[in-house]
Every structure is written in C-alpha cells, then in structure tokens.
Design a protein around this ligand. Structure first.
Ligand code: UNU
Ligand code: FES
Ligand code: FE
Length: 450
C-alpha cells in the first residue's frame, strides 16, 4: 500500500482525534501494518495450553495464528496457513495434537512447524522440494508475562517487558503479587459493528460513562458502583486515579471497590477476600499498590487487550475491518481462590460482560454508533474531544507514568492516542522511539485549542 502519503488524524497537542479514526479504510490498512504487525498482541494464557501439543487458534490483527506448546515447554506461534496453496491449516479453536495435516492436499507439519511429509513427495516432486524451506511461517517473537502469552511479528520491537515499561508496575500488583491469575476459557465470542478502538479506548479510561450508560445496571441495585447511577453523584476527590504510560497502556482506578460489577451476594464475599489479601500484600508491595489491588482497575494494554480487575473481565478486541470487531471475553480469577468462588466469578463475568451480559449490552450501541457516525461526509471532517482533565495531567513520585487525579477524566485516552499516532506516523520502531522522546512533555503541556 501507499504509505508515502501521511494521514494526520490525531491532534495530541489539543487532546482531539478525527472522527474518521473509527471508519477510514486507508487508516485501517495502516493500522494493520504499523500497529498489528508491530506491537505485542495477546495470544493466550499459559493455563490454556499446559502440555506438549496443546494448542489454540487465534488472531494477530487480520492474520489467523496457531499457538502451540512445544516439547521443551516453550511456546511457538505460526500463521494458520499451509505453505502449499495457503488453505487454513487448523480449523478448530483448541486441542492437543502432534502436528497438523492440511485439508487440501495433505502437506503435514510437526508441532514445531516443520514440514514433515508431502504426499507423493518422491514420485511427483522428484525430490526437488526442499522441505526445510517450507515449514510454517513462524511468528517472530513469543513471550509470556505472568502467564499471559503475547506474540509480535516485528523482530525489531522492544521485548515484552520493555514494551509494557512503566505499566508493569500496575500489572504486577494484580497479575502476580497476589499469587497469579488464571483465565477461565475458552472465551465467549461475538462480533460488533464497531471499530476496535472504540471499546479499547473505553476500557483504557472511561469511568465517565459508567453512571450514565450503565444507569439501568446500577439502578437494579447491584454492585459497588451503585452510587454512581444516573451520574447524580460524581465520585468525590480522591476516589480514584487515571494513569497513562509511554506505550499507550493505561488504567483508571476506582478506589476500594474491588468487587466491581458482581451482584450483591458475590460482592460481599469478594470484598472480604480483597480486604484479607490486601493485608498480606501491604508487606509485600507496600500500601499504595496493595490498595490498588483492592480497588477496581479498568485498563487497556495497547493496542487491543482490556481488563477490569475485581470485576474479573478480560477482553480482546480483534480487528476484522474498520467496522467489524470480534470480541473475546474470559473471566479472570486469582489462582488461590477456592474452586467454587472461581466458578461463581466466571458465571458472573459472562452475565455482566459476556456477549449478552447486561453491562456489555449497554455499551455496544455506543461503540457501534460512534463508529458509524464517522461515515457522515461532514461528521468525518470534525474532531472528537478527549480533553477532560487535560490541564491536570502530571507526574507523581509514587505513581509511574502520567497521572490524572480524579476518578473520572480522559488522561489515559490522551496517552493512548499519543502513542497510537507515534506508531501511525512512523515506518519502524526506531522512528517510533524517536517520536516518543518528549512524550511526557507533550502530554502534560497539552491544552484545549484557543
Ligand atoms: O467499562 C469500563 N470502562 C468500566 C467499567 C470502567 C470503570 C468501572 C466499570
Ligand atoms: Fe459522550 Fe455523547 S456524551 S459521546
Ligand atoms: Fe461500559
């Protein structure tokens, strides 16, 4: 594609984005090249593929991939594409196998991706087929972070730990400090007619919509957020925090409401669990992070994995096109929870944020309409607004990254789109990094246009 013409849809200086970002086909192609072929993308959790030969199939951007546990316990990932004529190699979602034989002509590959056998190899190919050169296309990098397995096509990318950067401080306190996380799978799947960034930005930092969009869920009297219903009561000063980091990852914290969206009965039990674990964590990771553990964190790991701690929601937003996104939903549970608690959380997650969950359903029309409205010839020329709290963005000695002080604000939206823009404007990681030299200053000096 022609990447020589530049697309400038993001106004970092004023905290605005073109409405076209949810809609533009050329931008989508650029995202495939500069975001999904360049960034670390969630593949699976280690607990889904514990043994040799265990595999799952998933997507990296618009590509389908197979993720496979190897004999030496490492994990490899391959394009789910036969090297002969390109048919899909594995048609199931998960399983255990020693390899894959293509449905079309029978080329067969081992668990390590090597081409093992070709029907009539000697007779038809006269031994001129070099099997060594026709193994599966392997994904450049695969790494695991506290059991969360990520892959990256770009071998020049920073390693996963560097890519997470300062954000690891916020991830470790719930992914690792409390004894580790399991994902309850396989994930529920559905499609929405929305751009992948619509839900991804919502999870990175939208506590604003909770009281309004989710008023019915909240008015039904359930969950620790019930007091926000109808936006009647703004969470008071000090009720939360927003954070953004260099590579666009961000969170919003709502303090002390660990049990999140779960119903009252489960909430009570979970709050007791959270409070007890916080006591243990205080010594291990300090009181600030222990409190964040027992709070509710919404977050996005750039570009397309999102989570709600406490509520136990883990999401991947798979882009199929600018207006088509596949939503995958897992429940997250803490490894040391009793089995029946894990089971009840898992059911509750699908009831709230599963494909027909009452929280999820309340969000979906917003995601779809902001996507489709960008198609308007005139609307598409206009800019969107993420300026809430813009002059308060600052650094804090106790919190890595850039923080915004209130529970409700758009600090992490601005950091998300700053990094997004650095990727879209750059032709490789070296340029991305150069464009990020001044990222802190760019964000803390941003102001509404005059
Ligand atoms: O969906 C969200 N972004 C969210 C849900 C944020 C805060 C609390 C609950
Ligand atoms: Fe936020 Fe309309 S009030 S999109
Ligand atoms: Fe929501």
């Amino acid at each position: 594609m022609d990447t020589t013409h530049t697309i400038n849809f993001i106004d970092v200086e004023h905290g605005r984005q073109s409405h076209k970002i949810y809609q533009d086909q050329t931008l989508f192609e650029l995202e495939c090249e500069r975001i999904f072929a360049r960034c670390w993308l969630f593949l699976t959790h280690e607990c889904a593929i514990p043994n040799y030969g265990d595999f799952v199939t998933t997507r990296m951007g618009t590509d389908e991939v197979i993720v496979m546990r190897q004999k030496d316990n490492s994990i490899k990932a391959f394009l789910n594409v036969c090297r002969h004529r390109g048919a899909r190699l594995c048609a199931v979602e998960a399983g255990n196998a020693r390899g894959f034989a293509c449905n079309y002509h029978g080329w067969a590959y081992g668990a390590d991706g090597s081409l093992l056998s070709v029907p009539f190899e000697n007779e038809i190919y006269q031994k001129r087929l070099d099997k060594c050169k026709n193994g599966l296309h392997e994904i450049g990098k695969v790494e695991s972070y506290h059991g969360f397995v990520y892959g990256c096509f770009d071998t020049d990318a920073p390693n996963l730990k560097e890519y997470l950067g300062d954000f690891a401080w916020y991830l470790d306190l719930w992914m690792e400090a409390g004894g580790g996380i399991e994902l309850v799978g396989p994930p529920a799947r559905c499609f929405i007619e929305a751009n992948w960034k619509a839900p991804s930005e919502n999870f990175v930092g939208d506590a604003y919509h909770v009281g309004w969009t989710h008023a019915s869920a909240l008015r039904s009297g359930q969950s620790g957020f019930a007091g926000m219903a109808g936006n009647n009561v703004l969470p008071p000063a000090g009720a939360g925090l927003q954070v953004t980091t260099q590579h666009g990852h961000g969170i919003g914290a709502l303090y002390d409401v660990y049990a999140g969206v779960h119903d009252n009965e489960l909430s009570e039990e979970l709050m007791a669990w959270g409070v007890a674990k916080e006591q243990v964590l205080k010594d291990k990771i300090g009181p600030i992070r222990a409190r964040l553990y027992r709070s509710h964190l919404n977050g996005t790991i750039f570009p397309n994995t999102s989570f709600l701690t406490g509520s136990g929601v883990f999401k991947v937003w798979q882009p199929h096109g600018p207006k088509k996104t596949e939503v995958l939903t897992w429940a997250m549970v803490e490894k040391d929870m009793p089995p029946d608690m894990k089971e009840r959380i898992s059911r509750s997650v699908q009831r709230t944020f599963g494909i027909a969950g009452y929280w999820e359903t309340e969000d979906n029309d917003n995601m779809e309409s902001e996507t489709h409205m960008g198609r308007g010839f005139m609307a598409g020329k206009k800019m969107l607004n993420s300026q809430m709290g813009i002059s308060g963005d600052r650094q804090d000695p106790d919190y890595p990254g850039i923080v915004g002080d209130s529970a409700v604000g758009e600090t992490s939206y601005r950091g998300y789109y700053r990094f997004y823009n650095a990727l879209i404007q750059s032709s490789n990681w070296e340029e991305v990094n150069a464009r990020s030299n001044d990222w802190v200053n760019e964000l803390i000096t941003a102001r509404p246009e005059k």
